[in-house]
Every structure is written in C-alpha cells, then in structure tokens.
Design a protein around this ligand. Sequence first.
Ligand code: E4P
Length: 222
Amino acid sequence: MKFFIDTASLDQIKEAKDLGILDGVTTNPSLMAKEGISGDKNVMEHYRAICEIVDGDVSAEVISTDFKGMVEEGERLSDLAPNIVVKIPMIKDGIKAMSYFTDRGIRTNCTLVFSAGQAIIAAKAGATYLSPFIGRIDDISWDGVELIKDIAEIYAIQGFDTQILAASIRNAKHIVDSARAGADVVTCPLSAILGLLKHPLTDIGLEQFLADHKKVNELLLK
Ligand code: E4P
C-alpha cells in the first residue's frame, strides 16, 4: 500500500519524506487556502515546489467545473511536472474530462467519491486513482471503510485497474482499516501517519530497557 500525505504544507511534506515512507502527495483547494496560497501564478509555483520535493505522484486539483475549463486547467497542471496527477471532481463534466485525459495518457485522480456507483463510472472513464472520502462518510454516521471494501470487491471482480486511494483519513485506525479493506493508497494528514508509531507499551518498554542498561553500567563503574 502506498502512503501519500494530504497537505499543501512544504514543511510537513519534507517531514514525511524524511521518514523514508512517502510515496506521494494529495492537495485540494482548501489545503492550498490553509497555506495562504492563492492566485493562479502562486498556485502553479507551489505545485512546482511540491514536485521538487517529492518524486512520487502529486495530485493537483482543478477549480473549474465545466469540461472546457477542466481540460484547459488540467493540461496546464500536467505540464508542470511529470509526476502531476490531475485531480477532478466526481461530476458529469468531470467524467468527460477524465475520459479526455485518459485518451491522451494524462493521469487523473477522481475526487469527492462517496458511493460504489461513482467508483464504477470513474473506473470506466479510466481514472488512475479514485478517492473515496472515508472520514466525511463517518462524519454523517455512516461507515467509510465499508465503502472501501465494497469498491475493492467490485474492482477485483471486474478487473478495473483504477487504484483505490482512501482519502479524508483522520487517524491511524483509518489507515489500518483501509489497508485491511484493500485500499491501494492512503492519503493522510501527518498526524495520522505519526499516530501509527504510537503505543504506550513501546514507551514503557523503552524506558525500562534504558533504565536497566543505565543501572548495570552504573554498577560496573563502582
Ligand atoms: C483528498 O484527496 C482530500 O484532499 C482530503 O483527503 C479531504 O479530507 P478532509 O475530509 O479531511 O478534508
């Protein structure tokens, strides 16, 4: 399973990269806004900066919602760097745009996915990645991980090669559950990635090991 970080923060991207486990980055207009990045020129520059840090795929989202606009924007984004993946919303014109990009060998990430039906039509349009938003499904008292399982089963039966990118991940348990459910990729905030490291017994065990080591060494020195 690939690990992407879901942020537009260059510092967080570098921190995740330094762990040696980072396979890519996803962003969205809200994450760009959170970093104070606005205006076409600055947005493009920021994507370029992200692509300089990361070798893996970087999803860059279009703002347009009509076919012509998405194609124009997507082509400009994909010209920025070879690892750019054009992120397109799950709407009618989005499906048309994904089919257009598929025919031209430009990779896409279908975003804002909340149902198995949407997953099927995105795969038919040739999306490289499909982003079901599991946290937002949980937020409305439904089960986001169940959707990942459902899509993984359908894609396996049908032989679709679109990769399931579990998105809207909020914590380490979402990562573990997505791995079990058959996600090909998880995109997570840095806090969820770091959450995977934590266990109180690890901390207690390490403290004990170091204390025992110190005790014996102190005895030897006497
Ligand atoms: C996916 O690519 C989105 O950027 C992201 O995962 C959305 O997550 P949120 O629901 O935490 O905003």
